[in-house]
Design a binder for this molecule. Sequence first.
Ligand SMILES: CC(C)(COP(=O)(O)OP(=O)(O)OC[C@H]1O[C@@H](n2cnc3c(N)ncnc32)[C@H](O)[C@@H]1OP(=O)(O)O)[C@@H](O)C(=O)NCCC(=O)NCCS
Length: 159
Amino acid sequence: MSVAVESLRVNVRPMRPADVVRVEEIEKATYPFPWSLGIFRDCLQTGYICRVLDTSGGLAGYAVVSVAESEAHILNLCIVPERRQQQLGAAFLQHLLEELAELRVERVILEVRPSNTAAQRLYGRAGFTQLGVRRGYYPAEIGREDALVLARSLPVDLA
Ligand SMILES: CC(C)(COP(=O)(O)OP(=O)(O)OC[C@H]1O[C@@H](n2cnc3c(N)ncnc32)[C@H](O)[C@@H]1OP(=O)(O)O)[C@@H](O)C(=O)NCCC(=O)NCCS
């Protein structure tokens, strides 16, 4: 499972239990309300699609996706802070969409904070459009923050 990003070759592989400590470090460096080690372990045990972006420079990102019937939900997708804006997120997302299409997923949804312009740009470039708003979805410093719900359909292989 490898994709070319400019001249860099990166490898997308299943997340392993041994990755979870590093994943949680990146998570803590990224989100004000990070997932815990236990949540990542539960995601692995539950059988969610958990992937990491492995590069010669170390683990550069991770993603967690749940799939129910023909719909997938991207629950988390993160690139390590010092390696952002190098097209790694776009390449990782493209890889995930191809993997989901192979699983015959027909629709992919996700939530994003209205303040998260980087993620909105990433997903917009990948063909996601806004489906709606979930009121008070995210915890915030004061109260809760809404989420934009984004979605895109995937081509279905009828062969
Ligand atoms: C969102 C995220 C995954 C993007 O990863 P990335 O590797 O930096 O993104 P890329 O370099 O592949 O860029 C993809 C597109 O987003 C744009 N983009 C990336 N970061 C941006 C920023 N900070 N501001 C504006 N646009 C940005 C890029 O310009 C690019 O668009 P373009 O092709 O039109 O130039 C990364 O910022 C991240 O991990 N953020 C924290 C976690 C998060 O918010 N995850 C998403 C919610 S599930």
